[in-house]
Design a binder for this molecule. Structure first.
Ligand SMILES: CC(C)(COP(=O)(O)OP(=O)(O)OC[C@H]1O[C@@H](n2cnc3c(N)ncnc32)[C@H](O)[C@@H]1OP(=O)(O)O)[C@@H](O)C(=O)NCCC(=O)NCCS
Length: 144
């Protein structure tokens, strides 16, 4: 398994590239930088010899830990990389005494919804028109 470490400033270009290629919202470099600086221990990357292949970015959401983004390069999906990132993230959150992990996912993103459902997340609510493209999101949560 690839090593997991904190996201560094130098990773942000690849983080943005992976995220832009996979998700309905684009995140500016400025916003990514802000998220990583705000809570570095909740922002993890994993890499192969050619560079970053996956990452997770979290932020505090009141008393909950919110997964803002989790993304794995298409070439490396279904090999356990996303699970490793999620497990590491949840372990860190547990040590920080968070009791709940939360996230938003586009309702059409069945691959990600299944990924979360298989990892004990539950759909709590449908939030209308969350994304710039007008689509709805599911709010999903699980106990940590
Ligand atoms: C969601 C996402 C992060 C999952 O990453 P991933 O690396 O494919 O995740 P995993 O490989 O750990 O798990 C995916 C599936 O592959 C399976 N898998 C893992 N290793 C495997 C292997 N060696 N052989 C076959 N299947 C395998 C897992 O069991 C899992 O299936 P399950 O959910 O039925 O248990 C990835 O699909 C992604 O980046 N999507 C685009 C971005 C996105 O939508 N993010 C979520 C919203 S923020």
């Amino acid at each position: 398994m690839c090593p997991i470490r904190r996201i560094q400033k130098e990773d942000l270009k690849t983080v943005k590239k992976l995220s832009d290629a996979s998700l309905p919202e684009t995140y500016s470099m400025g916003l990514l930088k802000k998220l990583v600086n705000a809570w570095p221990e909740a922002c993890l990357a994993t890499e192969s010899q050619d560079g970053v292949i996956g990452f997770v970015i979290g932020r505090k959401d009141g008393t909950k830990s919110r997964i803002v983004l989790i993304c794995v390069d298409t070439e490396f999906r279904k090999k356990g990389v996303g699970s490793e990132l999620l497990n590491r993230y949840l372990g860190i959150m547990k040590r920080q005494r968070f009791k709940t992990a939360t996230l938003l996912v586009e309702v059409s993103n069945q691959q990600a919804i299944d990924f979360y459902l298989h990892r004990r997340f539950k759909i709590k609510e449908r939030k209308p028109h969350i994304y710039k493209n007008g689509s709805d999101a599911y709010l999903m949560e699980r106990a940590i």
